[in-house]
Design a protein around this ligand. Sequence first.
Ligand code: PLP
Length: 228
Amino acid sequence: MNSVADNLETVQSRVTAALASTPNRPNSAQILAVSKRQPADAIRTLATLGLRDFGENYLQEALPKQQQLQDLGLVWHFIGHIQTNKTRLIASHFDWVQSVDRLKIAQRLNDQRPAELAALNVCLQVNISDEDSKAGAAPAAVEQLALAITALPRLKLRGLMAIPRATTDYTEQVQAFGRLQALFERLNGKGLQLDTLSMGMSHDLEAALAAGATMLRIGQALFGPRTA
Ligand SMILES: *Cc1c(COP(=O)(O)O)cnc(C)c1O
């Protein structure tokens, strides 16, 4: 099995190559290391290699790992489905929440964000492939939701996030990510100042970069297979 150091190097060269072949794109994209079902010591190794941002899907799993890694001062992103009764702990233990998809959740996170912490960074999760089974706001509902969130003082709306339907077809991948990018541009055209387009995972980061991703969420390509 490859070491996480080798994996990071491979991911970084994939990113560099993809950006080089994409005209009119920025020359960097942020990597969010998705550490769900990965041990704390692997996170620590990636942190020593320079990664700061880590994403977790399950609160009960994230809290003990955050505790163990407290000395590193990492930036934690919540990227999983949000149950109403979990918002208080999410609001106090994370720097970002990327999976906000309804106003009720945003309001609770706003009300429960501890006063001594900076405003919580938020991305709206969008259901870009229109699948009944997937979380995310409908594209048609996103503008209204985004405007409502900008009125919440303890949240800072940073951008959009999506997980499109899985496909190995590159053209389809680019089209799906392109729909999120178009929505992002449209919102910024209306005066929102969004800087984060969070899209692309281990298997489709090239297509996401081609469509303008600013943040990639990479799990298994960095850590190797997830433990059960
Ligand atoms: C698990 C997960 C990822 C990472 O997926 P990989 O295929 O391991 O890169 C990214 N985003 C979200 C929301 C996830 O749940």
